[in-house]
Design a protein around this ligand. Structure first.
Ligand code: MIC
Ligand code: SF4
Length: 647
């Protein structure tokens, strides 16, 4: 049988293991990139490994999240990252150069590569025909140290595209919203989505990247498109034609599953508050008054999308009661819309232009008011993520967003007379890399500068033989890492200071959590109980490190999201699943649970008997850790484990 794209790329990078679904595989990695909000931890961890230099061909450190600089903390982090990059041989993308995924697609991504990024939207690069996977900072640091990346071989699902999009009002965003509508936020767990079929040629690279970007919302490991003529065109425009190589699935390639989408059948869609899979046609919610519109982010920031947005705004006025924020994804796109006059059209219409950074997407400014409705061309609308848990965020394609900004209410512009121009991907772009700093040949003399907010990464003792701990909180399904460790302008600046940020764990759900956890820490620690898909969303390992710092010893859930599960293990928190999901109903917050023989069970059966000492009954839980993951748990986490291997 022929090979699919995933098998081809994995096969070319395989260090150990067999490419069979569910098998543990070790892969060689071509690129690692970090962003500032997760990168400070990654680089502190890399430093703690004691190496002279990164050991893989390409490492890039981006700064895009923590950009508000309301005090010393953000600029101190930026300087730390810049000096660490210089010291250890990485590229540095200065604040203002753009959002990591967009810049990486433009300047570094290559067909056939494997990249890891310390951000869950790293799969954006899958639009370029490469495997790009979001991981926690410590996993990234370990690979930068030269170790292969280990993972369980996911299922490969073919998304077969046919037909042509009904442009201009239906865009690539509607393709991924349709998949979310069908498959939900947990429909992609343990899967890679590989796109194929005749419809692929209808989409250019940045459109493909919109789809692979938001594939993260399916919980997928990653998503990938073939590398074809359109890929070659994109790379040529970037002056990088030498980075092109064609890549496609063999005609007789096999897949674990197939999903069919007729692009021509799609209409403008929107994800309603508060989940990216709560998708309906825009027309079904038309007429709802809107207070804010945000366009841009790493999901929808291509030059042609921005130009189309400008064409809708040209000569118009943003509605009186609407605040329109635009954050183009990269300096390249920003400079191009400035030079061609699109930026003037946006400003003239009344848009509030933001820098090329994450901004309102992660609540770094631009939060909507109480009870307000915000319509965004972004990828996540979890409650509270925008910086206000009493706001309502809808997600839609950027052209719909622009029409909504003018109209002042949710509107489906397709079939209306609203003027809009269509643009294809440009043949040439402005290449100006003056905010990208190349790695030094020898950085050994560079001093790494750490401001007062940058604290060492705390460590944990190896898991003990008995867990006797209190259930601190019991939650439902699809708990996000934004729920566990919120972002926003008040909290995000503490990303390099675990003691400080830990005060905010579960802050939007239960502000007493940190206090109670610290009390429980003195009596054996705390337990978190969750439902299905616990920890979906971001790669932020703070959602594991901060609870670990507060004394959380285990999370018992019905199931876990991939990146968060890995982060828990990396920081020595045991992820356990209920053998019988109904047992969750018998547990309450405040119960004390006792698990004996933990280390033996971990090393052998991975089945554990739990006694609810408060209510007096027993139940069983299981872990499904690989051999390496068990070793990590027994060593107290990945950092102590790696240090012993490197020394
Ligand atoms: C996000 O979109 O949730 C973030 C903020 O980019 C995160 C990373 C972070 O929390 O720093 C992600 O996607 O992994
Ligand atoms: Fe930044 Fe938002 Fe993209 Fe995350 S999803 S990288 S916060 S723009």
């Amino acid at each position: 049988m022929g090979k699919n794209i995933v098998q081809k790329i994995f096969g070319a990078h395989l260090v150990k293991g067999e490419l069979k679904k569910g098998e543990q595989v070790s892969l060689r990695v071509d690129e690692v990139y970090t962003q500032d909000a997760t990168g400070t931890m990654a680089w502190l961890q890399f430093e703690a490994m004691g190496l002279e230099r990164v050991k893989i061909p390409c490492v890039v450190s981006y700064v895009d999240h923590n950009m508000i600089q309301s005090n010393h903390m953000n600029p101190d982090d930026h300087l730390f990252l810049q000096t660490a990059a210089a010291r250890f041989g990485a590229w540095f993308s200065k604040p203002g150069n753009g959002i990591c995924h967009q810049v990486n697609l433009e300047r570094f991504a290559r067909p056939g590569w494997i990249a890891l990024g310390t951000d869950s939207h790293t799969p954006t690069n899958g639009g370029m025909g490469m495997i790009a996977i979001g991981v926690g900072g410590l996993d990234a640091a370990t690979v930068m140290a030269g170790m292969p990346f280990e993972m369980k071989m996911p299922e490969v699902v073919l998304v077969r595209l046919t037909g042509r999009l009904k442009r201009p009002w239906v865009t690539a965003m509607d393709v991924i919203l349709e998949l979310l509508r069908r498959l939900t936020v947990k429909g992609g767990v343990g899967k890679i989505f590989e796109y194929g079929g005749p419809g692929v040629s209808d989409l250019n690279v940045t459109e493909r990247a919109t789809i692979t970007n938001m594939g993260a919302e399916l919980g997928a490991t990653t998503s990938v498109f073939p590398a074809d003529d359109r890929t070659a065109h994109f790379l040529r425009a970037q002056g990088r034609e030498k980075d092109f190589s064609a890549l496609g699935a063999d005609d007789d390639a096999g897949y674990d599953d197939v999903v069919e989408i007729d692009l021509g059948s799609l209409e403008p869609l929107t994800a309603q508050p508060h989940s990216p899979d709560s998708v309906v046609p825009v027309r079904e919610v038309a007429g709802r008054k809107v207070n804010q519109v945000c366009i841009g982010s790493c999901t929808n920031s291509s030059y042609q999308a921005m130009r189309a947005v400008a064409s809708i705004l040209r000569g118009k006025r943003v509605a009186e009661h609407v605040s329109l924020h635009i954050n183009p994804g990269s300096k390249q796109v920003y400079e191009m819309i400035a030079r061609d006059g699109s930026l003037s059209d946006m400003i003239a219409a009344g848009a509030r232009m933001l820098e090329a950074s994450c901004g309102p997407c992660i609540g770094m400014g631009g939060s909507p008011g109480t009870g307000h409705v915000s319509v965004r061309s972004y990828n996540r609308n979890f409650r509270g993520r925008c910086g206000n848990k009493d706001a309502f965020v809808f997600l839609a394609n950027p052209l719909v967003c622009a029409a909504v900004a003018v109209k002042g209410e949710i509107t489906d512009p397709s079939g209306t007379e609203i003027p809009v121009e269509e643009f294809s991907e440009p043949d040439t772009v402005i290449v100006n890399d003056n905010m990208l700093i190349a790695p030094l040949k020898d950085g050994s003399g560079i001093e790494i500068i750490k401001g007062p907010n940058i604290k060492d990464v705390p460590l944990k003792d190896p898991v003990g033989d008995e867990i006797r701990a209190e259930v601190l909180i019991k939650l439902g399904d699809n708990v996000t890492t934004d729920d566990i460790m919120p972002a926003g302008s008040q909290i995000l600046p503490f990303r390099s200071n675990i003691p400080a940020i830990s005060e905010y764990v579960f802050y939007n759900i239960d502000p007493t959590f940190a206090e109670r956890a610290k009390k429980a820490k003195g009596h054996g620690g705390g337990i978190i109980v969750g439902g299905e898909n616990y920890g979906q969303g971001s790669s932020r390992e703070h959602a594991a490190i901060a609870p670990m710092y507060l004394g959380v010893v285990t999370v018992i859930a019905k199931s876990f999201a991939r990146i968060h599960r890995a982060n828990l293990i990396n920081f020595g928190i045991l992820p356990l699943s209920f053998s019988n999901a109904e047992d969750m109903d018998r547990i309450e917050s405040g119960d004390v649970l006792v698990i004996s023989g933990v280390r033996d069970a971990l090393a052998a059966s991975q089945q554990y008997r739990v006694t609810n000492a408060t209510k007096g009954f027993d139940f069983t839980v299981v872990s499904d850790l690989s051999g390496r993951e068990r070793d990590l748990m027994l060593s107290g986490g990945l950092l102590p484990f790696v240090k012993t291997r490197l020394s």
